[in-house]
Design a protein around this ligand. Structure first.
Ligand code: TYM
Length: 329
């Protein structure tokens, strides 16, 4: 049985990119694997160190995990900061992570550009903390979206480096995973780039149907193709990428044909997209509203999750201490 682990930063509500990139895969995997899904609240500090919203953000993500279908009786759901062993492993891995390679990471360069007033060391060592999350449970598979590929590559490098340096065969080399398919990138609704919390181009899992319809209707289009079978411009291709994940193959083929014949009606395409997104998100939104006030249930989920995650973390951190030479007197 493989160990599967993934997490999402607690920086606000989850969107379609989070769902199709990570969450949905995880939900499908939970039945056949030893699964850990956590809320990355330490990671959220690199961009948003706001004590007033930290807890509420963690709670939102927790409720969205549960509402989307992670079953805490099967999988382990936990809050990253409840398992302090991750900090110890982060520190240890940092001693084998080099300034040059960390500064070259795409996510670091992007964040440093976006928040030049706050290029902190946590941002630089973001990939080491992520590697610590993964290696803490010696995970085999990590369901993530395309944007995390480089972080997984670094995790494997850190694992290999540790094994080589100490002459052991301790850490496995985890793989980014998308249920047998390529990793995906869900585009935003603004024509280019990926759907992302900080981009303002998201459809959220908890958006009301009216909001989803409005967002879809506003998506960028043009006056339509003028040549049969022409290549789609990026902003149209993006709508088809979303259609591919939310709709049936027949629906996708229908609109694709309409495009090829130059008969596409964007209004119909957007209505279809809105209807199919609403179909996927409605049960999640409804369940979210049911559980978000159930304090006792949420408390039970995170308490039991932390216990299970800590037991698993100890199986890694105790031997790692020994391998590195820490001994009790
Ligand atoms: P975060 O919070 O940015 O995103 C969480 C997950 O959602 C995926 N994702 C997307 N997938 C496809 N299309 C998109 N537009 C899109 N936007 C987001 C991300 O790929 C990710 O899988 N570093 C991670 C959190 C993390 C983590 C970990 C993940 C911390 N430790 C250990 C896995 C294992 C992050 O920032 O994700």
């Amino acid at each position: 049985m493989d160990t599967v682990l993934s997490g999402i930063r607690s920086t606000g509500n989850l969107h379609l990119g989070n769902y199709y990139g990570a969450l949905r895969n995880f939900i499908r995997m939970q039945h056949e694997n030893n699964c850990f899904f956590f809320i990355a609240d330490y990671h959220s500090l690199t961009t948003q160190p706001d004590p007033k919203t930290l807890h509420e953000n963690v709670k939102e993500v927790l409720c969205e995990y549960l509402a989307a279908g992670i079953d805490p009786n099967i999988a382990t759901i936990y809050v990253q900061s409840d398992v302090k062993e991750v900090i110890e492993l982060y520190l240890m891995l940092n001693m084998h992570a080099y300034m040059g390679e960390l500064a070259k990471t795409t996510s670091f360069k992007e964040k440093a550009r976006k928040q030049p007033e706050n290029v902190n060391a946590g941002l630089l060592t973001y990939p080491t903390l992520m590697a610590a999350d993964i290696l803490l449970h010696n995970a085999d598979k990590v369901p993530v979206g395309k944007d995390q590929e480089q972080h997984l590559e670094m995790t494997r490098r850190f694992a290999r480096r540790f094994n080589n340096f100490y002459g052991v065969d301790f850490f496995k080399e985890p793989q980014a995973y998308n249920y047998g398919h390529e990793l995906i990138k869900i585009p935003g609704l603004d024509g280019s780039g990926k759907m992302g919390k900080s981009e303002g181009n998201c459809v959220y899992l908890c958006d009301e149907p009216k909001v989803i319809e409005k967002k879809m209707m506003k998506a960028l289009t043009d006056s339509g193709p003028t040549e049969m079978n022409s290549v789609k411009p990026e902003y149209i291709e993006n709508l088809f990428t979303i259609l591919k994940v939310v709709s049936t193959p027949d629906t996708y083929d229908y609109f694709n044909e309409e495009w090829n014949k130059c008969e596409i009606r964007y209004g119909d395409l957007k209505k279809q997209l809105a209807a199919d997104v609403i179909k996927v998100t409605t049960p999640i939104r409804e369940r979210y509203n049911e559980i978000s006030n159930d304090k006792a249930y949420l408390h039970k989920v995170v308490t039991e999750g932390a216990e299970k995650a800590r037991a698993s973390a100890l199986k890694t951190i105790v031997p790692v201490r020994e391998i590195m030479g820490f001994k009790p007197f």
